[in-house]
Design a protein around this ligand. Structure first.
Ligand code: SF4
Ligand code: MG
Length: 333
């Protein structure tokens, strides 16, 4: 399928002050991701792994190094002003709808804003488009005259989605877009996103710490750790045969509904916290926390290795480990 978005060696760093002197946080450290038309790429990882920073870099909300291509076109060199034209292609939905909805504006006025900036539609044409997108997200046209605080959390998120799709983008970046909602509302909003994907041809970068939700909605999954994608692959391969120890640890943290299966799985526990991003560990950034760390892991950064069943993992177990790819880890767990 057509590639709608691709990054190559994307890096984000920013200055911080620590203990009275200035240093640099390396929040995103050389990320390659590929998003195909009509696909949902799930992005998982602990908080602090750089997921939101990556999203903001893709939206060109913060500066980055490396390449971002939209529809094959390199947009990474574009200044914010020039990128505004590309804004139509890529939009974002946040955890908190108030990030995109001004509480003092009617819903209609909020949805109209991008139309005013990016199109030459008349007021009547804008009103028509607003009714259209409200219908697409399952809301009544007369909601346009109401204010965000008259709505439930789920309805507000629908409005935020309506605003995000009003320019007919190709890509929606959803950063914890359903995380603040209760489970049944979550399901409704996820169903809506899936419906919109098919109906208007969207592709999603779906960022969430909720693995069950990611498993449900994603075609492909990327796992982020300390600013790097340490593993990626088709959703079934990731959840069925994770190749990277960090992914395995993350998956083990999800309660298994079947108590027998749960007993059969020895829990891999995550030791310690995410290391200081101003001073990432040498070699494999996960080595201090990894249950399978070997001597080489502290010394040498693991290369990307293709994993049977699809995708790649960055882990020495799959190259210089004592055992072969795939078998290595499952025999230890
Ligand atoms: Fe663990 Fe080494 Fe693999 Fe890193 S490279 S995940 S430390 S086994
Ligand atoms: Mg975040």
């Amino acid at each position: 399928d057509k590639i709608v978005m691709q990054t190559e060696d994307l890096k984000v760093s920013f200055p911080v002050r620590r203990a009275g002197h200035s240093t640099t946080v390396q929040a995103v450290r050389g990320v390659d991701i590929t998003l195909r038309a009509g696909e949902t790429l799930g992005l998982v990882g602990e908080s602090g792994s750089g997921k939101s920073t990556l999203a903001r870099a893709l939206m060109r909300l913060i500066p980055s190094e490396g390449t971002v291509k939209l529809d094959g076109r390199d947009v990474s060199g574009l200044k914010p002003g020039a990128f505004r034209k590309e804004r139509k292609r890529i939009q974002m939905v946040f955890q908190d709808p108030y990030s995109s909805l001004n509480p003092s504006l009617t819903v209609g006025a909020s949805i109209a804003e991008p139309l005013k900036v990016h199109t030459k539609l008349s007021a009547a044409e804008r009103a028509e488009r607003i009714s259209e997108v409200l219908a697409l997200v399952g809301l009544n046209a007369d909601y346009a005259d109401r204010y965000p605080d008259e709505f439930s959390g789920g309805q507000r998120q629908r409005v935020a989605i309506a605003r995000a799709i009003v320019l007919n983008p190709e890509i929606l970046v959803c950063d914890e877009a359903v995380s603040a909602l209760d489970v049944s509302t979550q399901n409704q909003v996820i169903n809506l996103l899936e419906e919109l994907r098919d109906k208007i041809g969207l592709s999603y970068l779906f960022i969430s710490h909720d693995l069950a939700v990611v498993r449900h909605i994603s075609d492909y999954v990327a796992v982020m750790y300390l600013g790097e994608i340490v593993e990626e692959g088709p959703v079934d391969r990731i959840f069925g045969a994770a190749a990277h120890p960090y992914t395995q640890v993350l998956l083990n943290a999800v309660p298994v509904p079947d108590p027998v299966a749960q007993r059969a799985t020895t829990k891999l526990l995550l030791r310690g916290d995410i290391p200081d991003p101003t001073n990432p560990p040498s070699g494999c950034a996960f080595h201090q926390r990894c249950p399978f760390a070997m001597e080489i892991c502290a010394q040498k950064a693991p290369p990307k290795v293709e994993i049977p069943g699809g995708g790649v993992a960055k882990c020495h177990l799959h190259t210089s480990g004592p055992v072969l790819a795939g078998r290595a880890i499952s025999s230890l767990t």
